[in-house]
Design a protein around this ligand. Structure first.
Ligand code: ADP
Length: 440
């Protein structure tokens, strides 16, 4: 009797603790996983946050302790924080990505805007926050990680088909630049996909808090290959305030949105420079990111000025502006991921039985699609003309005995399939599959 009354009082109090990012209280957000009270008035709480070491954790702890200790019979409060698992992890991602808590792609639609530099310094800032961090340079046309890490010549070790990341002052790194050395990286078409896949699937990261992926600029094949293979927690887009790059950024945002990868926000680089003499900020190109913020409602995560010595990320403490620039940026990114994860639904489950593709929607309903029909329904750019919407794939071109070689849910929005006819670009959004074969 003691505990039931007290329990409801505890819940009343917890309902007044608000998560400012989700605009809801801890109980409604579903964060309270267990509450127990001893006869001596000790409360044990388990709280499941959206990401590990959420920056709001300390605020929650203080507020909960203060509120619960104000209740008459409570003498002590023990809080255990756990964190929600990433959604959309598939069997084939088990082993490598299942042990990585957050995967973030750094993207830019144009070269030379500072994407690789920011990816490296961001990785260092995360590391300084005591996270275990990996940095994967997939900028296949211009891998700059070897330069940023001051490692022009590096031997990459392989153990049992596994690529071992190169550790640079505690940061795990991998770059095609390490493998290619000085050889020209003029890799096109299928080769690009092959190398990307190898780095993605064979690098042995172990367990990480964050994996930062430095994408090549643009919205082409390589981004698609990556998006097909990795369950990303989000993408960050780097831009400079010049109008021309904003047009490109718009294209990038649309690409990610179309593929349902949450864009966590935009970093505007080379926004201004601070005058040595008077300390005044000079904005050379105006403030273009405001347009993007209005148009897409995306956060501008930070504005980075033109910085001296912004090229050596080879040591843990790289980046002079840690307290004013990088630390707040890390916190902002964590909160953006948390927001996305909180509203995330888990993916449906796929079962392949003989020639049938079955989707368990996890609500008691199922969709059943013959595998051959699924192949015929592919809407990729090779199968349906992107501009006209005209079908390019003729149904009779698909053999009746076609098989699914591999499938992979993408985040929580789609599934990609590799087919036995060599077709690798199929992406089926769950919504599309629901319409194709209504659940029963
Ligand atoms: P990207 O990856 O977008 O092609 P990089 O990261 O290679 O661009 O940066 C291009 C060049 O710009 C590098 O020489 C880098 O040192 C420089 N740079 C990037 N951002 C800044 C900045 N904020 N201040 C000064 N130089 C910068």
């Amino acid at each position: 009797m003691f505990s039931e009354m007290l329990k409801s009082k505890i819940f009343e109090q917890l309902k007044t603790v608000i998560d400012p990012d989700l605009n809801t209280d801890l109980v409604t957000a579903g964060f309270i996983k267990s509450v127990s009270i001893t006869e001596e008035g000790v409360v044990d709480l388990t709280i499941e946050l959206t990401i590990p070491t959420c920056p709001l954790q300390f605020k929650f702890k203080m507020e909960i302790e203060q509120k619960l200790l104000s209740l008459e019979d409570i003498k002590r409060v023990n809080i255990r924080f756990t964190s929600r698992k990433r959604g959309g992890i598939t069997a084939s991602q088990q082993g490598i990505f299942s042990k990585i808590h957050s995967v973030i792609a750094i993207s830019a639609c144009k070269g030379g805007v500072g994407k690789s530099t920011i990816a490296s310094f961001l990785a260092r800032a995360l590391q300084r926050n005591n996270f275990r961090v990996g940095l994967m340079d997939l900028d296949i046309y211009g891998p700059s990680l070897p330069t940023l890490m001051n490692l022009p010549h590096t031997d990459v070790a392989m153990i049992d088909e596994r690529i071992i990341p190169v550790e640079v002052d505690g940061l795990l790194t991998m770059s095609l630049g390490y493998i290619l050395g000085d050889a020209p990286a003029v890799l096109r078409g299928p080769l690009v996909s092959t190398y990307t896949s190898q780095l993605i699937h064979q690098t042995e990261w172990g367990s990480l808090d964050f994996l930062i992926i430095d994408l090549p600029p643009g919205t082409g094949d390589i981004q698609l290959t990556l998006l097909q293979q990795v369950a990303l927690d989000g993408a960050i887009i780097i831009t400079t305030p010049q109008t021309l790059s904003l047009v490109d950024v718009t294209r990038g945002i649309l690409m990610f949105e179309k593929l349902h990868v949450p864009v966590l926000g935009i970093i505007e680089n080379m926004s201004y420079f601070v005058c040595d003499g008077c300390g005044k900020k000079h904005y050379l190109f105006g403030n273009g990111t405001v347009d993007l913020q209005n148009r897409f409602g995306l956060s501008i995560l930070t504005n980075i000025p033109i910085l001296p010595n912004f090229y050596d990320a080879s040591t843990k403490n790289a980046g002079n502006e840690y307290d004013t620039l990088w630390k707040p940026l890390v916190e902002q990114i964590q909160r953006e991921i948390g927001k996305r994860r909180a509203t995330t639904l888990s993916s449906p489950e796929i079962i392949i039985k003989e020639n049938t593709f079955i989707i368990d929607w996890k609500d008691g309903t199922f969709s059943t699609i013959p595998v051959v029909e699924l192949r015929r329904a592919c809407r990729c750019a090779y199968c349906v003309d992107e501009l006209t919407g005209e079908p390019l794939l003729k149904p009779n071109e698909v053999p009746d005995n076609i098989k699914i070689e591999e499938f992979q849910p993408l985040g929580h929005y789609a599934v990609s399939i590799i087919w036995s006819d060599g077709h690798t670009s199929s992406i089926y959004p769950w919504d599309f599959l629901k319409k194709l074969t209504p659940p029963h």
